[in-house]
Design a binder for this molecule. Structure first.
Ligand code: ZN
Length: 397
């Protein structure tokens, strides 16, 4: 859950993923993805009023995020103020003070974040240096080296600050199985159950948020079945997802939710009320995609764990693991790292302390008393693969 207050030290004239309080004064807004904890104040009356009188204030996001946002009528008033930007295509934006006319120029690039449909990270370059706001992200180890815009030529850019999705920056989440491994575990469980009879049904106990589409589309394709959901509204502008979901209840895979009780599943009845197709009661298993629950296990577990007679937990993460974040930061070597999320059961001080060794100044001071210190300079003139090895060395020794 993001606790980012909206503004970066370097570019306080823009606000990201937070739209209330002092963010009401921003000259431009950025939305990394459509999750509620990143949209605070976005439909507020004060902001609505500000837009009415402003000629220059815009909200920048990806094309998919724009579609998702405007599919909810509560955000309809943003329609003429949302500017969708192409992924990985640097765009110059003038931040204009509407009273004095004073201008600040920045170049903004959207980088893929792998968190949910439309999610991006924002790379902002300007007079105050290069900063990266990650929003929420899940990148695999080695992914940063493949993002061209983090480099100038073969060198990594000099990154002043990273505003980081630190949801799982905690050794409890040292490694989280890859998205593919989690999906394949769920797929096998679903296959085994559905193959028993037409009355065998699976209920995916998902929260009401974007992010599970990856699961829906893959299971839909694999089992030539549509997934039952409460409403198609949120997918109405996303044909590739829309074709895999339905509001028809006669399907063997459900991700519907009870209007009042999120955990609702009673015996042979699904949250949508279905209990049979032709008088024969359904045989239902529930699968709850979880990450934190898996992080709390003291012993290494499978990606699927049976938690009751007909209930299962499946490992599924929208956020990078501790190892993946370390890999990402070791590669970027930012001077400052600001956590946007406090892992459950930790404090801001805990996570800041854990992030310290990943900041460049700390690695540099390590260089002073280590004979391998001169290799540090390789950062400037070696290809990325060599730099990665060195960075990992500094991070782990
Ligand atoms: Zn999110």
């Amino acid at each position: 859950m993001s606790s980012f207050a909206g503004r970066m030290k370097e570019y306080p004239n823009v606000s990201l993923d937070r739209f209330d309080r002092e963010n009401l004064h921003a000259r431009a807004y950025f939305l990394s993805h459509c999750h509620k904890d990143h949209m605070k104040g976005l439909k507020g009356p004060l902001l609505k009023r500000k837009l009415k009188f402003s000629l220059t204030v815009k909200l920048y996001c990806s094309f998919v995020t724009k579609e998702l946002l405007l599919s909810n009528p509560k955000y309809g008033f943003w329609k003429d103020h949302v500017v969708a930007l192409e992924l990985e295509s640097p765009t110059q934006i003038s931040l204009i003070d509407e009273t004095s006319g004073e201008k600040e120029e920045v170049v903004v690039s959207l980088l893929p974040a792998g968190h949910c449909p439309g999610s991006v990270m924002f790379l902002i370059e300007g007079a105050q240096g290069t900063v990266l706001y990650t929003g929420d992200f899940r990148l695999a180890e080695g992914d940063a080296a493949r993002i061209e815009l983090l480099h100038s030529g073969s060198r990594i850019k000099d990154i002043q600050s990273v505003y980081l999705d630190s949801t799982f920056y905690d050794p409890r989440y040292y490694q989280i199985p890859s998205r593919e491994a989690c999906l394949s575990g769920i797929r096998e469980l679903v296959r085994d159950w559905l193959s028993r009879s037409a009355y065998h049904v699976v209920w995916l106990n998902c929260k009401a948020a974007y992010g599970y589409e990856y699961l829906f589309t893959n299971l839909g394709e694999e089992f030539h079945s549509q997934i039952h959901v409460n409403s198609l509204d949120m997918f109405k502008n996303m044909p590739e997802i829309l074709s895999h979901v339905t509001t028809e209840r006669a399907t063997q895979i459900h991700a519907c939710r009870h209007p009042k009780n999120e955990e609702f599943l009673r015996g042979t009845r699904l949250p949508c009320g279905s209990w049979s197709t032709d008088g024969t009661p359904l045989k239902i298993i529930s699968i709850k995609p979880s990450t934190i629950w898996f992080g709390e296990r003291t012993q290494k577990t499978n990606v699927i764990v049976r938690t009751g007679a007909s209930s299962y937990r499946a490992c599924f993460s929208f956020h990078s693991s501790y190892c993946e974040i370390r890999d990402f930061l070791s590669y970027l070597q930012p001077i400052n790292i600001f956590p946007s999320v406090i892992p459950i059961g930790r404090t801001h001080a805990d996570v800041t302390e854990l992030l310290k060794p990943m900041c460049r100044s700390v690695s540099s001071s390590a260089v002073i008393y280590r004979p391998l210190g001169t290799l540090k300079r390789a950062r400037q003139d070696q290809p990325p693969s060599v730099r990665l090895i060195l960075c990992l060395f500094y991070a782990t020794h």
